[in-house]
Design a protein around this ligand. Sequence first.
Ligand code: NDP
Length: 285
Amino acid sequence: MAASNRLVTLNNGVQMPILGFGVFQVPDDQTERVVADALAAGYRAIDTAASYGNEEAVGRAIARSGIPRDELFVTTKLWIQHTGEPTARREFDQSLRRLGLDYLDLYLIHQPLGDYYSSWHAMEKLQAEGLIRAIGVSNFHRDRLVDLVTHNDITSAVNQVETHPFFQRAADQRVMREHGVQIESWGPFAEGRNNLFTNPVLTRIGDAHGRSVAQVVLRWLIQRDVVVIPKSVRPDRMAQNLAVFDFDLTDDEMTSIAALDTGASMFFDHRDPEMVACLGSRRVD
Ligand code: NDP
């Protein structure tokens, strides 16, 4: 089966590819080429965000590809500055316009900051109107996620959180599962931090299968039922990162990787007051 056909079923019945493509930090002037290459390689899910500043370029690549809309799964995210209702609705319209689409597959609250309860209400309405197929959140710690789920009609379909061998989120995943929320990894390679690509445990496992460290990491996440959206600007790596459905990691290998967990972010903690202030002051055009 083609990689793009491997699907997870979200809590409202919508199906989402377990392996997609992320475009964070892809410069705007390269994004159209990069997304065109990713679609040509076989990716069908694209993850962007208003704050990445590249939705228009993503939209141009999608339009150029000629791929039927219903074969694609497009995600974008609402930035903190635009939380609230009706701001969230206005900003959703802007994202849709920039992407050149008439509906979105998944819309996420980018950060658990600002007036995100009001945003959620706006998103619930947009879903009811058929403009978004599924709504979810990103960077929500378990307490914030459970609070949002408890006090609203629609349960978040997805929580996109930093998840990789050094920050594995097993306990978070358990809570998400209890509430029917699909975990999605951002930064599956920790953007290469902590020498991920030369880690001896991952390298040894890769050698045993004739695979790269990147492939081992993606396979390990997929075997844990985690949705992944690796980013690469290089077509050879795009293809490599898609080729992870024809081998299995053994239980022993899964256990060896589990031992790499540090339990801490390789980036920052969304509960750190300085970061909360810093993110909250970031403005997106
Ligand atoms: P990743 O963990 O996907 O790492 C990307 C880095 O790995 C790039 O430097 C890339 O280099 C390199 N790389 C990719 N494939 C390979 C390979 N096979 N071998 C060696 N190196 C490789 O980082 P991201 O932060 O981009 O995370 C993925 C996606 O998650 C983002 O693009 C975005 O869509 C989403 N995200 C969401 C966040 C949120 O707050 N919700 C935060 C951060 C990311 P090169 O491009 O040169 O190949």
